[in-house]
Design a binder for this molecule. Structure first.
Ligand code: SAH
Length: 442
């Protein structure tokens, strides 16, 4: 199975990728795209189904750009994803000698997400919310996505009903005209509070107060409504300016024992139950002592560091998004945590600045976006010389590339494992423990 979740077969030596197939399927495939060294095909007929197959339960599976693995059993999905992590580490990372721990599964396989961002467009004359087809901007209308709570569908339905009633035109990428671009929803499971942010074109959202009132009265968990303006012709969802229309602009969740304040622009783990498992596993990898200084790079709303604050002397978090830093600080106050501070800065620049100031963290945790660590960060981390480096990654390929860089600087990969934060999709989280001061074994 390819790392995008397609089945891989061969025809006269030619590699053929076929979505929605499983290892062990015998199929007849119809080639739909032929390239020099590979081809893409669709299933024409399943001759013998794989024992790993499961019944797909979603009407838009493989069309909406979200799930890739709804057609296989979940335990098989876990072993496939664990395979992706180890293959990347061996092939790209060039490391063979490390302990691969078994994958950690998500307690929920459906409706596990606490966040959704639905583009809104006019489709066949009607205003519809949904998701973009993979690698395109064609909208696949989705009323109820099986990865999100059911009531997210009630919220999008209410926004659309309102847009129809008040003639609020959805955005049109071709002309740049129209108003409503995206509906962003984030839910805090612990407090049952929901935040809704409407991303609109320049000029704002007419009747926004009435819309907020309608959402509050019809969707009872909605506690705050915001409007964000984005006038750019871009696939970046949010623009610079966000205004609160109703409520405080925040919701509060609880993650790994920490009450967390969340604003719209802060990164927050989308699968809360699985994120708690990820944090627990990270704590075991970090195995901190009370005297340790812990540096949490790419810290988002500060949740990982704050969840470990009780076990260390000091937590320093570094994050580029200012709202996330403010959330992290507010979260520390909310929980009475006094040994944590947060720095609004670029992780790579700040790592160097901390070295200059003589800060010597015992443990560094990194949790970068999909593109992995910034190029010079491995060298900066080596300068900081922590005893332990815990790397949390949402992209095994960049994790492996960075492991290779870190090993060439004297780190050794001790152990790694997959943690499934994103069941049914081709995404997987992984954690790795690296240590310095040991000869790098490749
Ligand atoms: N550790 C957090 C967030 C991880 S997501 C958690 O578990 O919730 C990655 C974070 O890196 C995001 O918050 C993003 O805003 C931040 N980020 C991206 N580029 C950055 C950079 N160059 N310097 C610092 N932070 C960055």
């Amino acid at each position: 199975m390819s790392h995008d979740g397609d089945g891989v077969g061969r025809y006269s030596g030619l590699v053929v990728f076929v979505p929605m197939t499983a290892v062990g399927d015998v199929i007849e495939a119809k080639i739909v795209k032929m390239l020099k060294n590979r081809a893409y095909a669709i299933i024409a007929r399943i001759i013998t189904p794989s024992p790993h197959r499961a019944q797909n339960d979603c009407p838009v599976f493989s069309r909406c750009g979200g799930c890739s693995l709804r057609h296989i059993e979940y335990h098989h999905e876990l072993s496939v994803k664990s395979g992706w992590v180890v293959e990347n580490i061996k092939r790209i990372g060039g490391v063979k000698d490390f302990t691969l721990e078994p994958p950690l599964f998500s307690p929920l396989v459906s409706r596990y997400r606490n966040k959704a961002q639905y583009p809104v467009r006019r489709v066949d004359g009607k205003i519809r919310a949904g998701f973009f087809r993979g690698r395109s901007h064609g909208l696949v209308p989705v009323d109820d996505c099986l990865l999100q709570p059911e009531f997210f569908g009630d919220i999008t339905a209410e926004v659309i009903r309102f847009a129809e009633e008040y003639s609020i035109e959805p955005y049109d990428e071709a002309t740049g005209a129209g108003i409503l671009r995206h509906i962003f929803i984030r839910h805090a499971e612990a407090s049952n509070e929901t935040m809704v942010c409407l991303v609109v074109n320049k000029g704002g959202l007419p009747h926004k107060e009435e819309l907020a009132a309608a959402l509050h009265s019809r969707c009872r968990t909605v506690k705050t409504v915001l409007v964000n303006e984005n006038a750019d012709n871009t696939n970046v969802i949010f623009g610079k300016n966000t205004r609160v229309v109703s409520g405080s602009g925040y919701i509060t969740d609880k993650l790994a024992g920490v009450r967390v304040r969340l604003s719209v622009r802060s990164f927050y783990q989308v699968n809360r139950a699985a994120a708690e498992i990820l944090y627990e596993a990270s704590l075991l990898y970090a195995s901190p002592q009370k005297t340790d200084v812990l540096l949490d790079l790419y810290c988002g709303a500060g949740t990982i560091g704050l969840s470990m604050a009780h076990a260390v002397k000091e937590v320093i978090g570094v994050e580029l998004v200012a709202d996330a830093v403010r959330d992290a600080e507010a979260t520390a106050r909310l929980n009475g945590i006094q040994n944590a501070r947060f720095i609004h800065a670029d992780a790579a620049l700040e790592a160097d600045a901390l070295t200059q100031k003589g800060v010597r963290p015992d443990i560094v945790i990194v949790d970068p976006p999909r593109k992995g660590l910034q190029e010079n960060l491995p060298a900066s981390i080596a300068q900081l010389a922590p005893h332990k480096l815990v790397y949390i990654s949402c992209n095994p390929a960049t994790l492996a590339r960075d492991i290779e860089r870190l090993c060439s600087l004297g780190f050794k990969l001790i152990k790694a494992r997959a943690v499934d934060l994103f069941p049914r999709t081709a995404h997987v989280e992984a954690i790795a423990l690296l240590q310095l001061d040991l000869p790098c074994v490749k």
